[in-house]
Design a protein around this ligand. Structure first.
Ligand code: GLY
Ligand code: MN
Ligand code: MN
Length: 366
């Protein structure tokens, strides 16, 4: 992990008045410490401190944690009945006993919070925003992984496309896509591929189920693949056989909105600009009310991270950010269309990572 990340993190901690941080399994732990560990029913708490890092794991995880961390942190293992004493020892080793400690409120679990307080931590200060901000601008290594994730995800999608037709269920499409990602050496993202057919394609979010694709359906496929920790987040919309012709102008409007949103991605530009561009196109087409979410979000080790491309955003696009542009139109009871692309902000404009067609992709309806 580059020293610059640690320096940025320590500055973020100071900005909230904390002297150290307590991180749990997740993207920030991976980014700042290089430790990629899964959350389980056991506690894993990593203490970052200028005095030296320490971490607490369950006894079973002690050997793997020591091997993974290679001496970067002093590792303490807790046993049932000794949780507070173990956390007390770790906090003391990190020089954080009684000190204000930054935490991610979106990640820290109640059991971990209790253990920190019981072990003698001082105030626990929310630092989700400042820590996430450190991760927004990616270095060249991270951008290379983002490109590979998008290329691998698209390759998997293309490989699966010939098997998608009427009669196949949402679940089967998702499974094929997930298998194709794994076969290409990718890992799966944090959510299942959302394959939503017919009226279900009007759900902005959803899980694939046993519903079969039928002639006349629209199908939204929103999927992610992970390479070296970094994610792509891609959505395309399929037409199963002949769909109602009234969808064609909707698809054209979503495509135009997507193009306008991507064109508004540039360094120094407000993160509200792509949203305004997308909304402008959909308003003109009389479809703004059917666009029920923001235009996009940052993408990296987490599927949804900063900056937000929405009306409420106060951020500015900077070279090295990776964002999605994902306008959609959702007509409840009928269906929806979304085209989601992944874009790197460059020094001079934008590099679009996604190349799959941004039109209704035709698959057989019988
Ligand atoms: N609308 C879901 C997503 O791609 O973020
Ligand atoms: Mn997205
Ligand atoms: Mn998505």
């Amino acid at each position: 992990m580059p020293d610059s990340r640690r320096a940025a993190m320590l500055a973020a901690l100071r900005s909230v008045g904390a002297e150290g941080a307590a991180l749990t399994a997740g993207p920030s732990l991976q980014y700042f410490t290089g430790w990629d560990v899964q959350a389980t029913e056991h506690m894993t708490v990593y203490l970052v401190s200028e005095a030296g890092d320490a971490c607490v794991v369950t006894g079973l995880d002690l050997p793997s944690a020591e091997a993974d961390l290679g001496g970067r942190a002093k590792v303490f293992a807790y046993r049932r009945g000794e949780v507070e004493a173990t956390f007390r020892a770790a906090l003391q080793a990190a020089g954080l006993a009684g000190r204000a400690i930054a935490v991610e409120r979106l990640r820290l679990r109640a059991c971990e919070e209790d253990a920190l307080r019981g072990g003698g931590a001082g105030e626990l200060l929310a630092a989700d925003g400042p820590l996430a901000t450190c991760r927004q601008v990616k270095d060249e290594g991270e951008l290379a992984l983002a490109r590979r994730a998008a290329a691998l995800g698209e390759d998997a999608f293309r490989a699966v496309l010939p098997a998608i037709r009427a009669g196949v269920t949402e679940d089967e499409v998702a499974l094929r896509l997930e298998a194709a990602i794994l076969q290409r050496g990718g890992h799966l993202g944090p959510k299942r591929a959302a394959v939503l057919t017919g009226a279900r394609s009007a759900y902005p979010h959803g899980q694939p189920g046993a519903t079969p694709l039928c002639g006349g359906d629209l199908v939204i496929i929103d999927f992610s693949a992970r390479v070296g920790g970094y994610l792509c987040d891609i959505t395309r919309t399929l037409a199963v056989g002949a769909v109602d012709p009234s969808w064609q102008p909707v698809a054209a409007a979503v495509l135009a909105a997507n193009r306008a949103g991507v064109a508004a991605v540039a360094p120094g530009q407000s993160c509200r600009a792509p949203e305004e561009a997308v909304r402008g196109v959909l308003r003109e087409a009389g479809l703004e009310e059917a666009f029920v979410h923001g235009t996009g979000h940052g993408l990296g080790l987490d599927l949804h991270e900063g900056p937000s491309l929405s009306r409420a955003s106060r951020d500015t696009l900077q070279p090295g950010m990776v964002v999605t542009v994902e306008p959609g139109v959702y007509l409840p009871g009928r269906g929806g269309i979304r085209f989601e692309d992944n874009v790197i902000v460059t020094a001079t404009g934008a590099e679009v990572l996604t190349t799959l067609p941004r039109e209704l992709i035709q698959v057989p309806g019988d």
